[in-house]
Design a protein around this ligand. Structure first.
Ligand SMILES: [Ca+2]
Ligand SMILES: [Ca+2]
Ligand SMILES: [Ca+2]
Ligand SMILES: [Ca+2]
Length: 113
């Protein structure tokens, strides 16, 4: 049984002390099953005590809050906003002679897409 649909079974929630009927026990914007992603406390809305709710924190400083990144399915530790503003990462494969494995390197292109 998973009454609140947060992918954590009622039994596990009971053991962990989180709500069986609220997917977001502490109301910080991050569902119980995603709190582990942030190593945050599912029962404390502000795990690190800095006055900013866990869901409102912005770990990758891209201007998109952790909670919004979870909803959007983006990585809260990887800044997608930079991609949106036109920083494009190219990987160039260099052909190597004599059948040796190709080497590659990445360059960062900064510009408007
Ligand atoms: Ca549940
Ligand atoms: Ca929460
Ligand atoms: Ca905090
Ligand atoms: Ca972010």
């Amino acid at each position: 049984m998973d009454t609140d649909g947060d992918t954590i079974s009622n039994l596990d929630e009971y053991i962990a002390g989180t709500s069986l009927t609220e997917a977001d026990t502490d109301g910080d914007g991050i569902n119980d099953n995603n709190e582990a992603l942030f190593a945050s406390n599912a029962k404390l809305p502000d795990s690190d005590g800095d006055g900013i709710l866990d869901g409102d924190e912005d770990y990758d400083f891209d201007g998109v809050s952790n909670a919004m990144e979870v909803i959007a399915g983006t990585d809260p530790y990887q800044s997608e906003a930079f991609l949106a503003t036109g920083i494009i990462c190219f990987t160039i494969l260099l052909q190597s002679p004599m059948g040796s494995p190709p080497s590659s390197f990445s360059i960062i292109w900064v510009g408007t897409a």
